[in-house]
Design a protein around this ligand. Structure first.
Ligand code: GLY
Length: 445
């Protein structure tokens, strides 16, 4: 059974491994980088940018797969899923218009407003610079709210800036807002939103257009350094719990988050057509319930590495059900295991990462630690690995208890040699307790 995979990061390595658990799968991958983990699992690789629609189509025509799975958001944003569907290939990954739930922050917020979906917040969208931009920020200041400045289009995770994180205050937010227009960052349109206060978590769903099947919630860690210090990254690591809950998320709030995602897919269908793929809701748990920070039209990275290793159901079957609109006909199960993922990243990441330096990995030691290794943004040249500047590789521990999964991941992550670093504290009792304390503090105020 030939399956086409588009994408070459750690998320796609996790997707590739999950697909290959079905012994009938022959994997054909199109990716830009030379990810050794994915190369090893693939029959053939087409090294091309994932956004090159023509290259994807030519490769798909040559391979003639029975299924295509798209990993990253960028190809979705340029219509790779549309093109594959037009060729008659069942595809897990939304078409360009439904994918706007990620690729256009304006589309997302307007959808929430139009369909009165819970979990909304104060925001304003601006297509060009006018005095109203500063007036809106002043209004938020007068209401005691800090803001988030979001370029509307994709910026590779670097465009969104938050007061209290990358921006000092609402005045600095004004300067950045002006810069977004002046430098045409993310297409030069922007959304200004009220900053949410609480604890973040992510909820993923498999979506077949009409039905959504939820995966266990996961918590990612965006800050670069231990104890949530440093710049916001693509995610330094994440954990999930054996009971498929999170210790700070009560049943009512969890259900509320699911309801928000169910209403979102209905609204997308109504507005631009069916959404078929993986949907990732990044939530902030606030005192007023879960609120959507943003959606991604794909699996989270690192979250895919928590979720896919514990998926008990054949992932091929799940992807086919997504593509064919038959998720209601299958049962999807996850193992009741804890998972901890830790990322190794280049020194200086994410602001000034070192690049093209050799990374040595003691793969045997990682295997002996009982962890799974996922290659991310590394290139293999002449049997050596070189980091690219983005996150390099990740290790995942799976165990009955979270403390054991953390130990496995920690023992494994000590086996990298190079100009790289990682967070020690992800999945530790101390850090998880910090999140619980934060929620208790907010709710008991
Ligand atoms: N967990 C961050 C992301 O996937 O964008």
């Amino acid at each position: 059974m030939k399956v086409l995979l588009v994408g070459g990061g750690a998320r796609e390595h996790a997707i590739a491994m999950a697909l290959k658990r079905n012994e009938d799968v022959q994997l054909y991958t199109l990716m830009k980088i030379k990810n050794p983990g994915i190369i090893e699992l693939s029959e053939e690789v087409s090294f091309n940018p994932e956004t090159d629609v023509e290259a994807v189509i030519n490769f798909a025509k040559k391979v003639n797969p029975v299924l295509a799975v798209i990993g990253p958001e960028a190809p979705l944003g340029v219509g790779v899923a549309n093109a594959l569907r037009e060729l008659g290939i069942p595809t897990a990954g939304p078409d360009k218009l439904p994918a706007q739930i990620e690729t256009s922050k304006e589309f997302m917020r307007n959808l929430f407003k139009k369909y009165s979906i819970n979990g909304s917040l104060s925001y304003a969208a601006f297509n060009e610079y006018s005095e109203e931009v500063f007036e809106f920020i002043d209004k938020m200041t007068s209401e005691g709210k800090e803001v988030v400045v979001k370029p509307v289009g994709l910026t590779g995770g670097k465009g969104v800036k938050v007061v209290g994180e990358q921006l000092k205050d609402n005045e600095e937010a004004k300067e950045y807002a002006k810069e977004v227009f002046d430098k045409s960052i993310g297409g030069g349109k922007l959304i200004i939103e009220e900053k949410l206060v609480g604890v973040e978590f992510t909820l993923h769903g498999f979506v077949d257009g009409k039905n959504i099947v939820f995966m266990p919630p996961v918590q990612d860690h965006p800050h670069a350094y231990d104890d949530d210090e440093g710049a916001i990254t693509g995610g330094m690591g994440s954990y999930s719990c054996p009971n498929h809950k999170l210790p700070f998320l009560n049943e009512e709030m969890h259900e509320e988050a699911k309801e928000i995602m169910k209403n979102t897919i209905k609204a997308i269908e109504n507005e631009v057509g069916e959404y078929k793929g993986f949907l990732y809701g990044q939530f902030m748990l606030t005192v007023n319930g879960p609120k959507i920070i943003e959606y991604n039209a794909r699996f989270g990275d690192p979250e895919a590495m928590n979720l896919l290793p514990i998926l008990k159901t054949d992932f091929v079957e799940v992807c086919e059900a997504i593509a064919n609109g038959t998720l209601d006909k299958i049962t999807i199960d996850f193992d009741n295991k804890a998972t901890v993922c830790k990322y190794i990243v280049p020194n200086g990441y994410p602001i000034e990462p070192v690049k093209n330096k050799e990374l040595k990995i003691d793969v045997d030691a990682i295997n002996n630690a009982g962890a799974t290794l996922f290659y991310a943004s590394v290139n293999e040249e002449d049997g050596k690995l070189y980091i690219t500047g983005s996150r390099s590789a990740a290790v995942v521990g799976v165990a009955d208890k979270i403390e054991d999964a953390e130990k496995i991941a920690q023992n494994a992550i000590e086996n990298f040699e190079g100009e790289v670093f990682y967070r020690r504290d992800i999945g530790t009792k101390k850090l998880i307790q910090k999140r619980i304390n934060r929620i208790n503090e907010l709710f008991n105020k």
